[in-house]
Design a protein around this ligand. Structure first.
Ligand code: ZN
Ligand code: ZN
Length: 262
């Protein structure tokens, strides 16, 4: 029966690669054609067990990175599925700037697959997406982080909370700003509207991209200040080298949307 339904669905919507739209020969585990699949580099050990940054070497054990040894992280752990380049970058841009929310649901499913393999998801009591300012929400029409987070919430039956954490201040796009400027740019931008929803709870904070981490760190700090028991961070993609951040991640689209909120 399921095969028949899949067959009918294929006639109406033949399966296509979500990044290049090529027809897919058959249903694989992931909705990418072989060449786009080749363009995904997943993030794996050796990496920093705290912030999740992978090391350039391919062999060896996980160990804290320099930034996590010398500085503090407000979150307990951060992980990303793959690098913010090629296929994942294209998929995210199609989702976020072209309004292809169906792609977002698929990407959220990929995040759920990944999260289920690295964590016991039942430890999380709330899933909180990084909020957009209402002006940006109005322009874009949706918050990409909410769409991703909703897939995780559905899969693991964890309540989704997109109301408690708010972005109160509109900030200019982060693209082109360096690490220090980015962290100054987001200071004081977020607030917890309903602290009773956050206090004492283990939170999974979700966004599409971990860029410098300044937004995710600031959100984590605000959640911890509202007495969250702990915050873990999950993103689909991660900009690993500084070159990954600007300017090649800036989409050239007419509506003037800006990339790199994270
Ligand atoms: Zn493709
Ligand atoms: Zn680290």
């Amino acid at each position: 029966m399921k095969e028949i339904l899949t067959g009918i669905a294929d006639l109406v919507f033949p399966p296509r690669c979500i990044t290049c739209d090529d027809l897919l020969e058959r249903h694989g585990a992931l909705p990418f054609c072989p060449s786009c699949l080749d363009g995904i580099r997943t993030i794996r050990s050796p990496l920093c067990p705290r912030c999740g940054v992978p090391f350039p070497v391919t062999e060896g054990e996980d160990h804290l990175c320099g930034d996590c040894i010398t500085g503090q992280r407000p979150y307990a752990v951060a992980r990303s599925v793959g690098r913010y380049e090629e296929t994942l970058l294209t998929a995210i841009h199609r989702f976020k700037y072209r309004g292809r929310t169906g792609i977002g649901k698929i990407l959220g499913g990929i995040m759920a697959d990944f999260a289920g393999t690295i964590w016991d998801m039942q430890v999380f009591e709330r899933i909180v997406p990084v909020p957009l300012h209402r002006k940006k929400l109005r322009d874009r029409g949706f918050n990409q982080a909410v769409i991703l987070a909703r897939e995780l919430a559905k899969r693991f039956e964890i309540p989704l909370d997109f109301m408690s954490l708010r972005r109160e201040v509109f900030t200019p796009p982060q693209v082109g700003l360096h690490r220090k400027e980015r962290s100054e740019n987001v200071r004081g931008v977020f607030a917890v509207r309903y602290p009773e929803q956050i206090a004492g709870r283990r939170i999974l904070l979700v966004d599409d991209v971990y860029t410098t981490g300044s937004t995710l760190e600031e959100c984590s700090r605000i959640l911890i200040r509202a007495k969250a028991e702990s915050v873990a961070v999950l993103t689909l993609a991660r900009a690993v080298r500084d070159q990954d951040i600007p300017p090649e991640s800036v989409p050239t689209l007419p509506e003037g949307s800006a990339a790199g909120d994270g």
